[in-house]
Design a protein. Sequence first.
Length: 308
Amino acid sequence: MMVDMKRILTYTIGDSADGRTILQFLKENHYSHSVIVQLKKTKNGILVNDTWAYVSHVLKKGELLTVRLEELPAQEHTDTGTHPLLPERLPIDVRYEDEDLLVVNKPSGMPTHPSFGHDHHTLANAVTYHALRRQEDYPFRCINRLDRDTSGLAVIAKNAYSSCCLSEQMRERRIQRTYYAIAEGITPKNGTIDAPIARQKDTILARTVDPSGDRAVTHFQTLAYQNGLSFVMLWLETGRTHQIRVHMRHIGHPLIGDFLYHPTDSRMGRQALHAGKLSLIHPVTGQRLYFLAPLPEDMLAFFPAVIP
């Protein structure tokens, strides 16, 4: 039997919120406009001392504010605009899960979202099946989308409020992400690549460094060298499409196996890029959490002695 997906959050009003309206309080606590609108439409969506209240209500110290979030079933949400998001029994490596978020280690070769003409075998389908097995049902909200062939940590928000908070953290670069890559040649010991990225002309997929593009900054440190290759740790200051892949090609060290930016290399069946570490602030508890995903076997084959 399916569990009715509700997330109930309660706040005891203290000195800092005394005299603030509910609307002001919710905005200050990272509730988006759309979530507030939905709360207003939800029966008993906003309660003060167990009594329904308008968002214009002025809060007083000691009052208990209750917020009730309700979710539509995942099948009522679509990613392509034409197909429902269907559950599929696919392998899923869960690194963390609670009422508000799910962190998984996505394998290479798995798209994050369905796309036109490809609405199966995605992380979204796998997570939907995983949720149903737990008797849960929520729309797929991935906070940090990974390329199909990039492996590693992906964060999924399990309710609208955690989505608001985590998306804000992404925009403000408070979600810290560390990547590992295998690059062609001998890279510098460390460095920063500050080069704007734009869509490459005559293609919808490839990006390139272009003065007219959006600012993009990648920091890196080389951890090991072997057989003319470099094992590199990278972290992003910005988050542009294909940023690491484009930047590494730009400095003359494209990733091995990257069909798009290093098409002459076939030593791996995909680009050698792995999102191995991630840190975020929990949307409800405020605690900073740290997650690890071990280096996959196809990358370990080139650097078996490396322990990131």
